[in-house]
Design a protein around this ligand. Structure first.
Ligand SMILES: [Zn+2]
Ligand SMILES: [Zn+2]
Length: 449
């Protein structure tokens, strides 16, 4: 006679072999548990990504964004994290490192999709698709969220990182450039970052830029073989991008090359636009300096480009980059519309901010009656206070210990208080303790620090 095993909770493989004799089933189940142990190893986080464990710091960055951007009339927009690949190859530019080397691209149902490597292209796509060009300008939008780039890990960069950014559509005048820069500066100041310096340049318009490109190509021709591989491949397609090469600085520092780089090439209109931007900034005491080698990493900029640097950690860090991109909306299939904007890396911002003090609750209710503590805590939470209680039956003294770490006030309901219908309110900072009638206590006032 055979024994049959029917408890599939204890013998999971039994489901696959119903009605088999016990001996066979036990062997199979033993194998299952051994195998289960092998495959159930701990799974680690993906290289280049991070858990955010200091969410309060991030919330501060996000809340300030909402607060400051609202003052300037910006509305938040949330676009999908993936888009058709073509949006980025056209919108970011197919001579950029981002598009050539760093995109997370995958194919689903014969559609090539890409995890967004930056925020502007998606915002512009949405602006066009939702007919925002018909709204009376300026249209002001801001965004925040994760971006994805397949960066080399040794660069210390993350493959999923976060950006906050602002875009202004529909105004070609210099006032828009100036307001967008002021927005960024004031946002950074609101986060406590001072010692800010704006680096500023004008790339001119596509017309006046042509001569400059030609001059740069001519002077670099004899150096071409000495330049890095990236510069060599950009030489024909986008020679301006050579100027911010991080490798070939020594070559670009040569006097005859600097002479061309520093030359004035922009046309009268572009020059007037640029000096107007600068005079607005003068009016608001924003510290800036011209950097003729500032061209920014993306293909679509024209006229104003800028970076904002902060001294907060001793060394100068670029915390913000942006510029004007009047051709992008048309390039992505919309009716031509001028635009200007910027983006900031939120990891970088976070690293520059002073760490927050640990946040304490307003009160911790201490009682031997868990039900009573529960009741008072809920009453106070409804009144808008943050309140904690012991949930695991700890002794009175242990509760008091926990309270001094977790809250500003201890609300003590001992035997005496219970009888008298009172609560002892102990300020955990000063040690001062007072008894109040529980029924008519004005908690909001009592628990003010
Ligand atoms: Zn021009
Ligand atoms: Zn180079």
């Amino acid at each position: 006679m055979s024994i049959y095993l029917n408890n599939s909770k204890i013998f999971p493989m039994q489901r696959l072999f119903p009605g088999k004799p016990a001996g066979l089933a036990i062997t199979i189940n033993l194998l299952f548990y051994v195998f289960h142990g092998i495959i159930n190893f701990m799974i680690s986080i993906v290289k280049g990504t991070k858990d955010i464990l200091d969410a309060e710091q991030w919330q501060r960055i996000e809340q300030k964004a909402l607060e400051i951007f609202s003052k300037y009339g910006y509305r938040e927009i949330r676009t999908p994290v993936f888009e058709y690949t073509e949006l980025f190859s056209r919108g970011v530019g197919d001579t950029t490192d981002i598009v050539n080397k760093e995109m997370y691209t995958f194919e689903i149902n014969k559609h090539s999709l890409t995890l967004r490597p930056e925020g502007t292209a998606g915002v512009v796509r949405s602006y066009i698709e939702n007919g925002m060009s018909r709204l009376s300008p300026p249209v002001k939008l801001w965004y925040k969220g994760p971006m994805f780039r397949y960066e080399r890990p040794q660069a210390g960069r993350q493959r999923q990182f976060h950006q906050v950014g602002a875009e202004l559509f529909g105004v070609k005048e210099a006032a828009a450039d100036a307001e967008v820069i002021l927005l960024a500066v004031n946002y950074l100041k609101s986060l406590g970052l001072n010692d800010l310096e704006v680096e500023l340049n004008s790339l001119g318009c596509p017309d006046c830029r042509e001569n400059y490109k030609k001059a740069i190509k001519t002077v670099l021709k004899q150096e071409l073989k000495n330049l890095c591989a990236d510069c060599q491949s950009r030489y024909e397609k986008n020679p301006l991008r050579l100027l911010d090469c991080k490798v070939d600085g020594a070559i670009f520092a040569k006097a005859e090359i600097q002479k061309v780089i520093q030359s004035d090439f922009i046309c009268g209109e572009c020059a007037a636009h640029f000096s107007e931007v600068k005079s607005y900034l003068d009016g608001f005491a924003v510290k800036y300096r011209r950097n003729k080698q500032l061209v920014r990493g993306l293909d679509y900029y024209n006229r104003t480009v800028f970076e904002i640097k902060s001294d907060s950690l001793g060394s100068q860090n670029a915390v913000c980059g942006g510029g004007r991109y009047d051709g992008l909306v048309g390039n992505l299939g919309g009716a031509d519309a001028p635009a200007v904007g910027w983006a900031m890396g939120m990891e970088r911002l976070n690293s520059l901010l002073a760490p927050l003090e640990p946040i304490k609750s307003d009160a911790y209710v201490i009682s031997n009656s868990a039900a009573d503590a529960f009741r008072l805590a809920e009453e106070l939470r409804i009144q808008g206070l943050s309140v904690e209680i012991d949930l695991s039956g700890k002794k009175f003294t242990k509760q008091l210990e926990k309270a001094s770490k977790a809250a500003n006030f201890a609300l003590i309901i001992g035997e005496d208080e219970m009888k008298a219908g009172t609560v002892s309110v102990k300020n955990l900072c000063t040690g001062v303790q007072t008894a109040v009638k529980r029924k008519d206590a004005r908690w909001q006032i009592l628990l003010k620090k």
